[in-house]
Structures are given as C-alpha cells and as structure tokens.
Ligand binder design. Structure first.
Ligand code: FES
Length: 117
C-alpha cells in the first residue's frame, strides 16, 4: 500500500492564533507547528539553527518566530535566521484541507535522518 503523501495532524481550530504545538515524529526530530496572527500555519523542525533551542516556545511575530534561548529570529517561511544571524532549519510543507492541518510526509520524515521507515 502506498503511504499517503500528507499526514493529517489535526484540526486547525486546536492551534490558537500566535500559538504553537509540537509534534513528535517517531524516531527523530520533533516538529513545531505555528499559527500566525493572519491565520497561516507553518511547520519547522523544532530546533533552532543556533543551539537547538525549542522554537515552539518562542514568540511568533508576523511570519517569524523568536527563539526563546538567545532571541534569534527564524523565518517561518524559509527556516532561515533573519538579520545578522546565519543558519537554517528545515521547513515542512503545510496545507489546510477542510479545516485540518496536513504536513508533507516525506519532509516530516526527512528531518529524522536515516531511521525513517
Ligand atoms: S538556540 Fe536559538 S537563539 Fe540560541
């Protein structure tokens, strides 16, 4: 059987505006899902490119999140550190279908290194 291309991770309504939740992925990197003030939903590997701070605990502002550890700002669109800082965290594609959040399966698993089934 073919694996579905998109993983359904639950209703958008469970993700508060300017909130974030985390999604453990079996065997690997946790994913952080964010909702901006405009209602768009974004997913990144939950690990700051600086020193692996938990981005899900940062503050969302426009389309970036500020890392809770040392205040790097990371773009939710590209995963790039903004301003003077350099670094990038993988972005997971997201789409909304009938009020449900779907994330790209291959990319979600790609953050995990070789273990992904
Ligand atoms: S770990 Fe995120 S800014 Fe240092």
């Amino acid at each position: 059987m073919m694996e579905p291309e998109w993983l359904d991770i639950g209703p958008v309504s469970q993700l508060p505006t300017l909130g974030a939740r985390t999604l453990p992925v079996r065997g690997g990197a946790e994913i952080a899902i964010f909702r901006t003030a405009h209602g768009s939903v974004h997913a990144l590997v939950n690990s700051c490119p600086h020193k692996q701070g938990p981005l899900s605990q940062g503050i969302v502002h426009d389309t970036s999140v500020t890392c809770p550890l040392h205040n790097w700002r990371i773009s939710l669109l590209t995963g790039q550190a903004l301003g003077e800082d350099k670094g990038c965290v993988p972005v997971i594609p997201v789409k909304i279908d009938s009020g449900r959040i779907l994330i790209g399966r291959a990319e979600a698993l790609a953050g995990l290194g070789a273990v992904a089934a």
